[in-house]
Design a protein around this ligand. Sequence first.
Ligand SMILES: Nc1nc2c(ncn2[C@@H]2O[C@H](COP(=O)(O)OP(=O)(O)O)[C@@H](O)[C@H]2O)c(=O)[nH]1
Ligand SMILES: [Mg+2]
Length: 435
Amino acid sequence: MKIKRYVVDEMQQAVKKIKEDLGPDAIIVSSQKVRGKGIMGLFKKKIEVTAVLDEAKNEVKVEAKEIKELPGAVQGQPLKAAAGWTPALNPARTVDDQADPVVSGAAELVRSKKVMNKKTVKYTPGHLPPTEFKPLLEDAVMKSIEQQEKERLLAMLEKQLEKMDKVKDKDFYRRWLRILTGIDVDQGIAKKLLDGLEEAAKSAAGNPDDMAKVALVNRVTDLLKPAYKEKSSAKFLAFVGPPGVGKTTTLAKLATRFKLLKGKKVALITVYTYRYGTADQLKIYGDAIDVPVEVVMTPAELRQAVERHADKDYVLIDTVGRSSKNTGQVLELKGFLEAVSEPKEIYLVMAANTKDRDLFRTIKDFKIAHYTGYIFTKVDETETLGSMLNVIFKTGIPVRYYTDGQTIPDDIEEVQARKLAQLMFRGVEPNEGDN
Ligand SMILES: Nc1nc2c(ncn2[C@@H]2O[C@H](COP(=O)(O)OP(=O)(O)O)[C@@H](O)[C@H]2O)c(=O)[nH]1
Ligand SMILES: [Mg+2]
């Protein structure tokens, strides 16, 4: 970890120096106005900027087949950037590129030869797996381990079932247990939902499975309700989350709806840090619906921008994707969010087609950003929605919206407990499958 402090007249100067000294992966962790030196300094305001570079991230990650082209490879060790060597800056980097761990000039060499693949893995000389398959393979192995674990727990539960005297119709219970875990409801939650379900379903007139579905929607609604106790009435809405989940698209959907359908006064702010290529995406949306778009680079600028738009009904704040694995980036984000005045809502945006384990890691790692609601995107790309229930139930924080497509502004829905419960069981047909 390298930390450097700069005292400059203008932010741009600091940005330039940081780029030169620490390279494109450095993060500005704080900036504040300070006095200049000496008596005259009283009248000359300067900016003190602190930047951090996490050197562990400076390991060169390249495709194995290209390794012979890179200078300085040491057998059995990942490549490190040579001392004193400054990574080439690539101003054309896009936000998507940021998710890509390639950081060095050596990697630029590879890139320039147009052999760079988006998926990269750490190179270990002497081991030359078909690298492009490796992530897929790891994923498949992980999935199968998770599946096996799920099956093991399910089998245990079913074993316990034999001893559960309260459950009269074991087949009925087993069938619904499989349905619930099949839509990815956590097994502990599933057990809770199934408690007494049989009596509820069979005491009502009608097919017991149909009645069970109705009863389950009611139970899930009750379970979700506490998280929805407080209505959201925030004016400042910030969107945080990992890269590529759909933050900017979702923000554009909401901004368009607020402005064009509800006739509200809207402003957009994008938090831009020099490491990322462009703030253009939001500008394009803003121009299209004729709302002002501001680009801010520091928490202080964000505070001023928010104050400037105090007259608006809604101020939507986009942030660039932070990898939740990078604590420095999330800390930096926290600094920005603290500069936003109340009433604010911070949405943690996550893609619905993400594995539970990864969802919970994101939830944990972004905790310091103090998010107050979730937005689940890409619901159209998944078959099962149990994860949303798990996440709300385990954290008590509501999912406020889900999005189910790329079309702006159509593909977004505001959610409440009952709506989500109904959505969860959409397509569940207990009478048909063999479950
Ligand atoms: N299928 C699908 N794609 C989406 C949805 N929301 C966003 N996307 C796409 O996901 C990609 C990344 O979106 P973007 O808003 O740039 O993500 P950001 O990096 O989090 O700001 C784009 O191609 C979007 O069109 C959704 O609900 N469904
Ligand atoms: Mg974005």
